[in-house]
Structure formats: structure tokens, C-alpha cells
Write a protein that binds this ligand. Structure first.
Ligand SMILES: C[S@@+](CC[C@H](N)C(=O)[O-])C[C@H]1O[C@@H](n2cnc3c(N)ncnc32)[C@H](O)[C@@H]1O
Length: 218
């Protein structure tokens, strides 16, 4: 799909004003923070690895939408400074950077593609006062094999993979929950596999303007 077609689709879906907001945040993020979180428009396949369901362009979640999700989390009573954040499929780390700026006390990204992990590290190192490196790690791992640590209470997904992989990730999250019970919130932007979360027993608690859903495990 061409860029013009994407913009027209956005106008139809979000209206003109919200499309302007969406695009200005999309373009403005890297300009403002000197980072590289722009989309890799070309499809890529991970060198040396094959995973069913995996072949996708990497695109960071839109900062305007992510901020709305963070606002909703605060309305739900989640305090970032007492919370640990995990992005499954963290790409170039845009949402990790936003979580650091929002004040989360610990931020983890899990990303399968080593080249994207390297770009994330570069983004973090580029602005050490804004992005506190000691609070943040990027793990070059397969999300379906990763059990979230016991302090993680906010999980982020931006439509990172197909529904069967989402199910595997949710089952690992439930293992982490059972080993250490605490309320866990899952922010899911472009939630195409939302039904899988419901089947895994997560409770939908909020919907953000047709763009994202927040689920809870408690
Ligand atoms: C849509 S991008 C999301 C980027 C990031 N969450 C953000 O919003 O800034 C999805 C990412 O998931 C990664 N991914 C896909 N399958 C994965 C897997 N099995 N384990 C870890 N990462 C995976 C892709 O490489 C891609 O970077």
C-alpha cells in the first residue's frame, strides 16, 4: 500500500484532525529525540532462523497512541515509578524509550532480530540523561521462549506476531503470574488477536479509541 493510500485510510478511520496528530507524532519522535525508530518498510527475514508466522515489517507504535495508553494506565491506578515494563517484539525500541520517559522503574525489550536490538542500544546510548541505561535491557530472544521476570506488571504488544505466537507468549506470562501473583496489565495496540487473550483468561479493562485494548491478569 502506498503512503497516500495509508493517509487516506487513516483519514477515513480517524478523521482529519486525528490523522494530523497521528502523523505529526510519527514523524516528530525521532526529530525530537535524535533516535532512529523509523519503520523498516521492506519485509525482512531473520538470518539463520525460521519461525512460522514470522515475516513482517518492523514499525514502532505511534507515540500519540502509546501516550493515550499510558494515560489510561494511570487512570487504572498504575504508577510507573512502582512498575516494571516489558515490550514483546520491541523492534528499534521506540516504546521502550517512551516507557523510560514515562518513569517506569525498569524496562525490558524482547526482540528476535539482532540488528534491531543493536539499533535499540544505539538509541539508548544516544541520550543517556533522557534514557537511563541502567533501568533498561534489550534481550535478543524469541518472545515465545521468554518467561517474564517476577516484577513485570505492565506488558506491551504492538501486533508483533500471529495469534499462535501471541498465545505462547500469554501462556508464559501466566506462568510468571502463577509463580508470583500480582496484577499484570497488558497493553495491546492493533489488537488483532485480542480473542486469544480472552481465551487465555485475561480480562479486558479498557479500550483506547479503537486503536488499543488494555487487559488485566489478577
Ligand atoms: C510491530 S514491531 C513492534 C515494535 C515495538 N514494539 C514498538 O512499538 O516500538 C514487532 C516486532 O516484533 C518482532 N518479533 C517478531 N516475532 C518475534 C519473536 N518471536 N520474538 C521476539 N520478537 C519478535 C519483530 O522483529 C518486530 O521488530
Amino acid at each position: 500500500m502506498g503512503k497516500l493510500e495509508l493517509v487516506l485510510r487513516s483519514i477515513r478511520r480517524r478523521g482529519l484532525l486525528n490523522t494530523v496528530r497521528y502523523l505529526s507524532h510519527e514523524v516528530g519522535f525521532d526529530l525530537k529525540y535524535g533516535t532512529d525508530t523509523k519503520p523498516e518498510m521492506a519485509d525482512y527475514v531473520l538470518a539463520g532462523q525460521y519461525l512460522d508466522n514470522y515475516r513482517a515489517p518492523c514499525q514502532g507504535a505511534n507515540p500519540w497512541i502509546v501516550n493515550q495508553c499510558f494515560d489510561e494506565l494511570s487512570r487504572l491506578g498504575v504508577q510507573p515509578e512502582q512498575s516494571a515494563f516489558l515490550d514483546f517484539g520491541s523492534g528499534k525500541g521506540r516504546v521502550m524509550l517512551m516507557a523510560l520517559m514515562a518513569g517506569f522503574r525498569r524496562v525490558i525489550g524482547v526482540e528476535l532480530d539482532p540488528a534491531l536490538c543493536k539499533i535499540t542500544s544505539h538509541n539508548l546510548d544516544g541520550n543517556p540523561t533522557l534514557f537511563m541505561r541502567d533501568q533498561c535491557i534489550v534481550c535478543n530472544e524469541d518472545a515465545t521462549q521468554y518467561i517474564p521476570p517476577a516484577d513485570i506488571n505492565v506488558v506491551f504488544l504492538y501486533n508483533p506476531f500471529g495469534c499462535e505466537l501471541v498465545r505462547a507468549v500469554m501462556l508464559n506470562l501466566l506462568l510468571s503470574f502463577r509463580a508470583s501473583r500480582r496484577p499484570i496489565y497488558v497493553i495491546y495496540v492493533n489488537p488483532v488477536c485480542a480473542q486469544v487473550l480472552i481465551e487465555c483468561g485475561l480480562r479486558p479493562v479498557s479500550e483506547i479509541a479503537g486503536e488499543a485494548k488494555i487487559f488485566m491478569i489478577a
